[in-house]
Design a protein around this ligand. Sequence first.
Ligand code: OFO
Length: 161
Amino acid sequence: MITQKMITLVNEQIKAEYESAYIYLSMSAYFQESNLKGMAHWMKKQAQEEVEHAEKFMEYLYDRGARVELLEIAKPAKDFDGPLAVFKEALKHEQYVTARINKMMDLAKEEKDYASQSLLTWYVDEQVEEEANADEIVKKLEFVGGSNSSIYLLDKELAQR
Ligand code: OFO
């Protein structure tokens, strides 16, 4: 049986995933405006993944016979200080999401909720990838510094996602 405490955490996580999507869409819009179409595309794809993460949690609650409750999501930041600042922010955000998932796993273990543990294991693994992806781009941007030609090349690379 899933407890009300876990249902609440899952609903809050559904909100966090949609909030992530909103944040990345805002970053995508910023890159569009900056004429960095590859980065804009990367962020849009990321936003789509976040919606999938939210939907996976929703399906889980349906499967457990629990009520999905959509909560209010916050307005994301609109302006950023260049690509490096954006991807650093994305990495920081993913670390925040990881901490939330870990907290849910703690509760699932405490409650001996094996089904939630199984679901959350997927998210634990996914967060490793999410952090690694953002971190790799941060490191590349740090490596090239403010070089416009290198940022142009990286933008082309990110368009491949
Ligand atoms: Fe859903 O992984 Fe990012 O936030």
